[in-house]
Write a protein that binds this ligand. Structure first.
Ligand SMILES: Nc1nc2c(ncn2[C@@H]2O[C@H](COP(=O)(O)OP(=O)(O)OP(=O)(O)O)[C@@H](O)[C@H]2O)c(=O)[nH]1
Length: 780
């Protein structure tokens, strides 16, 4: 049997959902609101309880009747005591009659309860009026009005009062008429205007908005919602569920209005990418990576000069960041930006444009740190690697050794049973370069690279610059569809119309199909490498999207970058349903790299574990920061420091770089962060500095430095650092702090003081003593 929702059962039983909800909860059924459902057994329980409940409610009713009767009797008592029992009633009738006797035919429609109300109101009014004008002669008090009315000696007063009462009665029935007319209108409107077949709504609409769509008064909607167990006013936003339940209640379908966010070009990009109605093969896009000096540039240069595309008499005349070569009538697109930093930077910006990575390894040098980095970057991006073992012309070349080395990184050559393609080349002489290109085409063939050229162009920015004459110039790689000259286009946060479009030979192009790199002009600003572009059907929408994106980008910049850090790791894990914490390890020696890597991998906190995406020896460099940014990773440095550029980059990109001297501390911190129990960290806060002007030696206390607080202040509990010629000589605790002969708590800027440093005596005139303390910073 199907489950029944609370509101459905309530509707069936003709009671408010709240009541059913209450009964269900009282019977120990775990239900939250009117949308909660009951299984067959629970429904039975609730139904049973509801029937039982109707018993007590019947009892209540009889009790209520009893109470009412008692009240009536009690009321009747004093009335009888005053012997005026029937009088108030006759008064009511009197006033009711009075009001009816007026020539207002509409008052005939007055509902009985309203009539009574009217009469009650008049009674009170009359009562008050009497009290204020006349003091009761017989008895007075509560029933004074009635008594007065019985006083035959006061006929004039009675007449005046009746007139006044009639006036009130008139006024009242007028108001009532207005109200009734107003009320009466609603049902007529409802009856005359049919409900729409489908309620096309937006999340967050209120009763008023829905009233307009449903041709119903907001009050009716509020009432319906009340019956469904929701108390709302007409301006309160309603969620999707509620709106859908409401539509169901009206017996119509509900359909959420689709919002086309023109600024979400990623969505358009993906749509174009997923449009497989027509598929045509496309050339592969290749990036060359490898260690410094292993021959990346030499290879790219060789290719550029030897394999220019057919029909381009002038060859490659301009460096536009990418170019296409022809090998056996097949095109290959090379990204002309060697190095994995550029590659990962693009990926960090969402552009995964490389299909194949060519890893250049010098046969005379072997696997080096950046070779490993490149492997990790390519693996992270899920691109297959073809190894070009370079410099085989060199006498000390040992390609075999390179193969063996690379097997340790999962790159197993085909002749060793693996599936990694290795080609021994000499980029300098061009030896086997054709073979390399053939292997690239073979790999591309296996990958069956295809795209749909019959749709709007979409792709990524390879390079962009501002040209004095041409304005913003961008090299785009078309990844989907066909880009035409004149197309309205949104590129990153900028927009425009493709004014000119040229290839690497400087030739004008009318159109560019997938995998073609082109240089375009016509944008209103310079986009960034890695930005996506999408062609729009009309310029107006392109402009709207571009402007919206520029606004969003500004807002985004203002917001803090929301990167994973050890401080927010626990929250991120919870919010993003993380199963793995990405970590990059840098250490001083290979042994530490391995020890740290193994230990971190073993951490498992509630099913979340550490994923070491890169681990190597050396300082934390810019490439590490780029990889951390692209993979939302934390960098753990052991006995190493970041390079100045990496430090700057980490600050800009908000990458958490943690530096440790003790492996266990690193493991403890990561574990604690994963458990959400990271201890507060301490940051140093320099409070002041003292110039040493005199030295006294005392056998009992050691060297006493006399000086002047040149900046800030020093306290007797300050930590101190002795700096001589810009170099830190000693870091420790303050021994004592005095002014003249007295111990003091604090000495401020501009005052002289005497001090000693605990366990340290090598203080000289001209030294600077920096005072600081450690400030606790709670984890965010
Ligand atoms: N003998 C020989 N020398 C080569 C070969 N390939 C490159 N070289 C030389 O190696 C040196 C470095 O080559 P590059 O192409 O600049 O190396 P790279 O990998 O681009 O270096 P970076 O751009 O600094 O990362 C140059 O002097 C090249 O002439 C080769 O196949 N044989």
């Amino acid at each position: 049997m199907a489950k029944k929702r609370i509101y459905e059962l309530a509707k069936e039983l003709n009671v408010p959902s709240k009541k059913v909800l209450g009964v269900a909860q009282a019977n120990g059924i775990k239900v939250k609101n009117h949308m909660s459902s009951l299984d067959a057994a629970q429904e039975k329980t609730v139904r049973g309880a509801m029937t039982n409940k109707s018993q007590p409610s019947g009892t209540n009713r009889s009790k209520a009747t009893e109470t009412k009767q008692r009240t009536t009797n009690q009321n009747a008592k004093p009335a009888r005591q005053h012997q005026t029992g029937a009088k108030p009633q006759s008064k009511q009738q009197h006033h009711a009659n009075a009001s009816q006797s007026k020539p207002t035919t509409k008052s005939n429609h007055t509902k009985p309860d309203k009539q009574q109300q009217s009469a009650r109101s008049q009674q009170t009014t009359g009562h008050k009026a009497t009290n204020s004008t006349t003091k009761p002669k017989n008895g007075g008090g509560k029933f004074g009005g009635s008594l007065n009315r019985n006083n035959n000696n006061n006929k004039n007063k009675k007449k005046r009062r009746n007139n006044r009462n009639n006036r009130f009665s008139n006024m009242y029935s007028k108001n009532q008429r207005i109200r009734q007319n107003h009320k009466k209108k609603a049902p007529t409107v409802r009856k005359n205007r049919p409900l729409p077949e489908v309620l096309v709504y937006e999340d967050g609409m209120n009763a008023q908005d829905l009233g307009k769509l449903l041709h119903r008064e907001p009050a009716e909607i509020i009432k319906k919602l009340f019956m469904l167990g929701m108390m709302v006013n007409q301006n309160q936003s309603l969620d999707k569920d509620t709106i859908e339940v409401l539509a169901e209640d009206y017996g119509i379908q509900a359909q959420e209005k689709e919002h086309v966010n023109v600024s979400d070009i990623d969505k358009f990009f993906e749509e174009e990418e997923n449009n497989t109605s027509y598929q045509a093969p496309r050339p592969p896009v290749v990036t060359i990576m490898g260690h410094v000096d292993h021959g990346k540039t030499t290879l790219l240069d060789y290719l550029r000069h030897s394999h220019i595309t057919a029909g381009e008499a002038g060859g490659i005349t301009q460096a536009i960041g990418a170019y296409q070569l022809k090998q056996d009538d097949h095109l290959i697109t090379f990204l002309d930006t060697p190095g994995h930093a550029a590659f990962t930077e693009m990926r960090a910006r969402g552009a995964n444009i490389t299909d194949i990575t060519v890893l250049v390894v010098a046969a005379d040098d072997g696997v080096m740190p950046q070779t490993v980095e490149a492997i990790d970057h390519a693996k992270e991006a899920n691109t297959p690697i073809i190894v070009a073992v370079n410099k085989i012309d060199r006498p000390n070349a040992n390609p075999q050794h390179v193969k063996e080395q690379l097997m340790n990184y999962g790159l197993v050559p085909e002749d060793y049973g693996g599936d990694t393609i290795f080609v021994d080349i000499s980029a300098k002489n061009g030896t086997n370069v054709d073979e390399l290109l053939n292997m690239i085409l073979l790999q591309a063939d296996v990958m069956e690279l295809k795209a749909n050229p019959r749709q709007n162009g979409a792709g990524s920015v390879v390079e962009a610059r501002l040209d004095r004459g041409k304005g913003p110039v961008a090299t785009l790689l078309v990844q989907q569809g066909t880009l035409h000259r004149g197309d309205p286009i949104v590129v990153g946060d900028t927009f425009g119309r493709v004014r000119t479009m040229t290839n690497e030979a400087g030739q004008d192009l009318e159109s560019a199909t997938p995998s073609t790199p082109v240089e375009i002009t016509g944008l209103n600003a310079v986009p960034e490498a890695g930005d996506r572009f999408v062609v729009f059907d009309d310029e107006k929408t392109a402009r709207a999207a571009g402007e919206e994106r520029a606004k969003e980008a500004q807002m985004e910049e203002r917001k803090q970058n929301n990167r994973v850090t050890l401080d927010n790791l626990f929250d991120s894990m919870k919010q993003e349903d993380m199963k793995q914490v990405n970590v990059i390890i840098k250490a001083d020696v290979q042994g530490s790299v391995e020890a740290l890597s193994d230990s971190l991998k073993k951490i498992d906190v509630e099913g979340v574990n550490v994923n070491v995406i890169h681990a190597s020896v050396g300082a934390v460099n810019e490439s590490d920061i780029a990889l951390a940014k692209a993979s939302n990773a934390i960098i753990i440095g052991f006995n190493v420091r970041p390079t100045p550029q990496a430090k700057l980059q980490a600050e800009t990109d908000k990458i958490d770089v943690r530096l440790y001297q003790v492996i266990y501390n690193a493991i403890d911190d990561v574990t604690a962060a994963m458990k959400g129990k990271l201890d507060p960290t301490y940051v140093e806060e320099v409070t002041g500095s003292i110039e040493v002007r005199q030295i006294y030696k005392a056998s009992a206390v050691g060297t006493i430095a006399g000086g002047m607080v040149s900046e800030g202040y020093i306290r007797n509990d300050s930590k101190v650092r002795l700096v001589r010629d810009g170099v830190v000589k000693y870091d420790g605790e303050l021994g004592s702090l005095k002014r003249f002969k007295d111990d003091v708590k604090e000495v401020k800027q501009g005052h002289e003081c005497g001090l000693t440093i605990a366990n340290y005596n090598d203080i000289k005139v001209g030294d600077v003593i920096e005072a600081y303390h450690m400030k606790e910073v709670a984890p965010k």
